[in-house]
Design a protein around this ligand. Structure first.
Ligand code: RB5
Length: 160
């Protein structure tokens, strides 16, 4: 599959390692930055880039790395169609996909080391949403309905 990835300065050292791993697992990588280490860059910019790529169908899954994973998940979830979560245990990293159709994994490079991060990525990318199980589809549709209701309440911007 095609996997979009990004990191701010907090996640930058881990990103190169994960890019290589994702390729080794046989996936295509869409690297959306940061291209170089910049201690003044901001996690919302990188979370937004991955979230928009996933929402637009340019990537099936996304991974965003920041210091804690928290800011990345907060920001990524602002993009409609994105279901992002911080997962620092392998059960959540695959169960979030199996049950909840999580499509963006957020990692905290200051929380987990490189080897744990690799296991989390492998668990996330090998998981598949169990669409055939009615209860999971029913719950996902309720989440989508919440998102649609929010969008419908938003004032339309004028063309001018
Ligand atoms: C950056 O210093 C840090 O605040 C950011 O990477 C992230 O941890 C936010 O959640």
């Amino acid at each position: 599959m095609r996997v979009a990835i990004s990191a701010d300065h907090g996640g930058f050292p881990l990103k190169a390692d994960l890019v290589a791993q994702i390729r080794d697992l046989g996936h295509q990588v869409l690297d959306l930055g940061a291209p170089t280490y910049d201690p003044l860059d901001d996690y919302p910019d990188f979370a937004q880039a991955v979230a928009q790529a996933v929402a637009a169908g340019q990537a099936e899954r996304g991974i965003v790395v920041c210091g804690s994973g928290v800011g990345a998940s907060v920001a990524a979830n602002k993009v409609a169609g994105v279901r992002a979560a911080v997962c620092h245990d392998t059960y959540s990293a695959h169960q979030g996909v199996d049950h909840d159709d999580m499509n963006v994994l957020c990692l905290g490079a200051r929380v987990v080391g490189a080897e744990v991060a690799r296991e989390l990525v492998a668990a996330f990318l090998s998981a598949r949403f169990r669409v055939e199980e009615e209860r999971f589809l029913r719950r996902l549709n309720k989440v989508k309905a919440m998102e649609a209701a929010m969008a419908a309440r938003r004032p339309k911007t004028s063309a001018r």
